[in-house]
Design a protein around this ligand. Structure first.
Ligand SMILES: Cc1ncc(COP(=O)(O)O)c(C=O)c1O
Length: 389
């Protein structure tokens, strides 16, 4: 069966499993190497310029890396290839670095993951690239009105970090295409399983594989999947800056990918159940979960997504930041810590930083619903909420 005939869950299991890389094993071997030896000088020279599928030097890739990259590429119909990076943050930076140049302007969604914002404000600025932030609730026409002669790219993150506004990604891509502007999406929350980015018009789709792909809170890894028009420059930029990943990390991410479908659906079911229950709790003013009507942009989620993952936020009523911290500290099953997408539940008071839009009033607590029994998690949240009631 050709890859394009397989459904996404089948691709998760079979993607990247080429006979010549696996040699009959179910999993790809962990290839640890820097040096690759050649039979003669001619075959060494023939291995350059580096290309996937031909061993040349450790940094240029091994079957362990190629297999994961290919499996991720297969999840995005129309993709030409995927590059791997040592973290999600590196994937964001190098996706942008492959697109913008001095003098360009970047339109960046205001609800973006904070380190992405810092990269724009400090890193891109250093190279003479200006960033203009836009409201995550902006319609495609409103984004179009912001385009200027120097706008080179529009970056989206949907739903946004911390406040979960869902964007009109296809609409914004359509106006971008009309004006010859490149589109990038941080698709970490949905993964290609719940939102296929390239078929909806995105040129470069970014994943922090640290989250749901790896899925076990034990790996830092990122990926960028590109269309044909952007693949060569993405690849070239990654090579130029010496980007590669370790084989153990790639192996763990590939292992996580095989079970991502069942894990995500369990995260989804538990998170929706808990989010609905939270809507009825007195100390909760608003639940920011894309699958609920109370979330800005819910209509786009309903139109474009095939599921929702385990990360959302609540806005608390009538309490101060100290009470939000007390709520989180009174939870037993939810850990206090950064990241998400692993098997474990997490809770974090967060303070969104905005310059082009406003975030909901009141303390915000971000929750990651893990793979525990949702009834135990609700009992835990109930105890925490009673501590601030
Ligand atoms: C939406 C989003 N994008 C990117 C990243 C960065 O990923 P990493 O922590 O692997 O650098 C994160 C990390 O929390 C994230 O939440």
């Amino acid at each position: 069966m050709s890859s394009k005939d397989k459904r996404p869950d089948t691709k998760l299991v079979h993607g990247g499993r080429r006979g010549e890389w696996l040699g009959g094993m179910v999993n790809v071997p962990v290839a640890r190497t820097s040096t690759v030896l050649f039979e003669d000088v001619a075959s060494m020279q023939a291995a350059y310029p580096p290309r996937d599928g031909t061993l040349s030097y450790g940094r240029n890739g091994t079957p362990t890396l190629w297999s994961l990259a290919e499996a991720l590429t297969e999840l995005e119909p129309g993709a030409a290839g995927t590059r791997l990076y040592p973290s999600g943050a590196a994937a964001v930076s190098f996706a942008l670095a492959s697109v913008v140049k001095p003098g360009d302007q970047l339109l960046m969604v205001d609800s973006v993951y904070q380190p992405t914002r810092t990269f724009c404000d400090l890193g891109l600025k250093r190279y003479g690239i200006a960033t203009r932030y836009y409201d995550p609730r902006a319609t495609a026409a409103e984004v179009e009105a912001l385009l200027s002669r120097t706008t080179k790219a529009i970056f989206m993150e949907s739903p946004g970090s911390l406040t979960f506004e869902v964007q009109d990604v296809p609409g914004i891509c359509a106006v971008a295409r009309k004006h010859g502007v490149t589109t990038l999406l941080d698709n970490t929350w949905a993964t290609p399983l719940f939102f296929q980015a390239l078929p909806r018009g995105i040129d470069l789709s970014i994943l922090a594989c640290t989250k749901y792909v790896a899925g076990h809170a034990d790996v830092m890894l990122g990926s960028v999947t590109a269309t044909e028009a952007y693949w060569q420059e993405l690849n070239r930029t990654a090579r130029l800056y010496g980007q590669s990943v370790g084989p153990d990390d790639a192996y763990l991410a590939a292992r996580g990918l095989r079970t991502m479908g069942v894990r995500l659906r369990r995260h989804e079911d538990s998170a929706i159940k808990i989010a609905r229950w939270l809507q009825d709790q007195a100390p909760v003013a608003q639940v920011l979960h894309p699958a609920l009507e109370s979330c800005p942009g819910h209509e786009y989620w309903k139109r474009d997504f095939t599921g929702s993952s385990g990360l959302f936020a609540i806005v608390l009523n009538d309490v101060d930041e100290a009470a939000a911290a007390r709520f989180v500290e009174n939870l037993d099953l939810f850990g206090i810590g950064y990241s998400w997408g692993g098997f474990e539940s997490l809770a974090l008071p967060v303070q969104p930083k905005r310059t082009a839009s406003t975030s909901p009033p009141g303390p915000i607590v971000r929750l990651h619903i893990g793979l525990e029994d949702p009834d135990d998690l609700m009992a835990d949240l109930d105890r925490g909420l009673r501590a601030i009631a």
